[in-house]
Design a protein around this ligand. Structure first.
Ligand code: FES
Ligand code: FES
Length: 156
């Protein structure tokens, strides 16, 4: 079986894998990295989003060959319980989500936005989160949380 190397949350990873296996299956099934979730399996819901470079991308339909030598970040790489990422602090402060299923994909989309644009407008936040489905109506609180995190990061 071929090996594929990539960076995962700052650590060099080498995995033996079918190059056509998805990144999501590899993360969850092979590497024990479970923050990204399987939702639609078709690139439509955002539950499986991971950051590749500075872009949030669906890992459910991303073949392993396409991440070779790339930098991949999941929520496990954003922060820890002891040292949460400003986005994680802001989502808690704004009570911005009601489930743990969509949450990691939304955090990743927001983190990718802030990596590209440290001071987004509300419209830019809404556009960045547009591909992430939330069925419980928390969108406005999520947008407030992202803007709060951007503000906190600017004043640190
Ligand atoms: S599970 Fe990947 S976008 Fe829905
Ligand atoms: S917070 Fe997960 S569906 Fe709304």
């Amino acid at each position: 079986m071929p090996t594929i190397q990539f960076q995962l949350n700052g650590t060099a990873i080498t995995v033996d894998t079918d190059p056509d296996h998805t990144l999501l299956d590899t993360l969850r099934g092979r590497l024990g990295v479970t923050s990204a979730h399987f939702g639609c399996g078709a690139g439509d819901c955002g539950a499986c989003h991971v950051m590749v470079g500075d872009r949030a991308m669906a890992s459910c339909d991303m073949p392993m060959w396409s991440v070779a030598d790339k930098e991949v970040v999941t929520v496990e790489g954003l922060g820890t319980a002891e040292r949460p990422h400003p986005l994680q602090r802001a989502f808690i402060a704004e009570q911005a989500m009601q489930c743990g299923y969509c949450a990691s994909g939304i955090l990743i989309s927001a983190a990718a936005l802030l990596r590209r644009n440290a001071s987004p407008t509300e419209a830019e936040v809404r556009t960045a989160l547009d591909r992430n489905l939330c069925r419980c109506g928390s969108h406005n609180r999520m947008v407030r949380a992202v803007l709060r995190a951007a503000s906190d990061m600017a004043t640190r």
